[in-house]
Design a binder for this molecule. Structure first.
Ligand code: UDP
Ligand code: MG
Length: 320
């Protein structure tokens, strides 16, 4: 059985070899399992690419793909998964926050347990700013309420997928890729493994708060259209309310004449609805923007350089 390990990397020069050694130590103990390691350089500005090239030149089970610029982790994962030839594909971060020690368990669940997908989840978010954890928690609650794809809170991208699940993932050709949801979209028999949060081995996270915030919006907009429905419901509600209010105003006018007053209420209503309309315009804009990007049909990434595939024949792959 061949397992492909796909590793997106962005400015991770110090982690590459460390990572390889770690997974090699774990995987060499497994009998009947061969593996290939596919590093994807997501337009790093440091020497990440050289590190990958060196490794792939000295080891036949290591390959690399290098992007022409930074296309984001989602694109890097996609490129790696497309290049993978394994019977199963494992996605891992290079910073060792995804413990390689879980690999034997995942592979066992796949081969013996018969699971098509084995994914992982952090049971704690220790070492993360509390505000960020809170927002993350709210995000998962929200997206699970709104969309029919269930995304587990704290689920990592660290997962093993059987070839079947990989192929169905690759059939989703959209540009706005929210992988966490796309992986779940396919269904399949899946199992969750929990682990304690691990701090990064070296380097620092490339995710700022705003990047995560945009990621959350991406997730919601690409998995559900319920925000658009809110607009409809809200519009209906205000239309009905104002209809009754109209009768009240007419009635008041007929009974008591029309002394000029009510400036405060008019201004408040005006501003309130101005704001609401802008918010809903923004929401519609989010969807239109995505349609625009989708319609252009640009590729998800551009490959600048790629290590040659050593051999199509899996038998010749050796573990060093
Ligand atoms: N990464 C990437 N492209 C990016 C940002 C990150 O390929 O634009 C990679 C990064 O090298 C790492 C993984 O994605 O292997 C997770 O990134 P990070 O550790 O910064 O995120 P966190 O673990 O804090 O969620
Ligand atoms: Mg990390």
């Amino acid at each position: 059985m061949l397992v492909s390990i796909v590793v997106p990397c962005y400015n991770e020069e110090k982690s590459i070899k460390l990572f390889y050694n770690e997974i090699h130590n774990v995987l060499k103990t497994l009998e009947g399992i061969e593996y290939e390691c596919i590093f994807v350089n997501d337009g790093s500005k440091d020497t990440t690419e050289n590190e990958m090239r060196e490794l792939s030149e000295s080891l036949t089970n290591v390959r690399f793909i290098s992007f022409s610029r930074n296309f984001g982790k989602e694109a890097a994962m996609l490129a790696g998964i497309e290049a993978a030839r394994g019977d199963a594909v494992v996605l891992m971060d290079v910073d060792l926050q995804d413990p390689p020690g879980l690999l034997p368990q995942m592979i066992e669940d796949w081969l013996i347990g018969g699971y098509d997908v084995v994914y992982t989840r952090r049971s704690t978010r220790s070492g993360e700013p509390p505000l960020r954890s809170w927002f993350a928690g709210q995000f998962y609650k929200l997206i699970n309420k709104m969309s029919d794809v269930h995304i587990v809170d704290g689920a990592r991208d660290y997962r093993l997928m059987d070839r079947k699940a990989v192929d169905s993932f690759l059939r989703l050709r959209e540009r706005n890729r929210f992988a966490k949801g796309l992986f779940m979209w396919g269904g399949y028999k899946s199992k969750c493994i929990e682990f304690e949060n691990v701090e990064r081995a070296v380097g620092s996270t490339s995710w700022s708060f705003w990047k995560l915030f945009h990621y959350a919006i991406d997730g919601i907009v690409s998995f559900t259209i319920s925000p658009l429905r809110w607009a409809t419901y809200f519009g209906l509600l205000t239309a009905i309310t104002s209809f009754f209010y109209m009768f009240y105003v007419i009635f008041k006018k007929l009974m008591f004449g029309n002394p000029v007053s009510g400036y405060a209420s008019i201004v408040t209503i005006l501003l309130f609805f101005g704001g609401i309309q802008l918010i809903f315009l923004g929401i519609i804009g989010e969807y239109i923007g995505r349609i625009f990007i989708e319609v252009k049909g640009r590729p998800n990434y551009i490959i600048k350089e790629e290590s040659s595939i050593p051999s199509k024949n899996r038998k010749t792959m050796v573990k060093k």
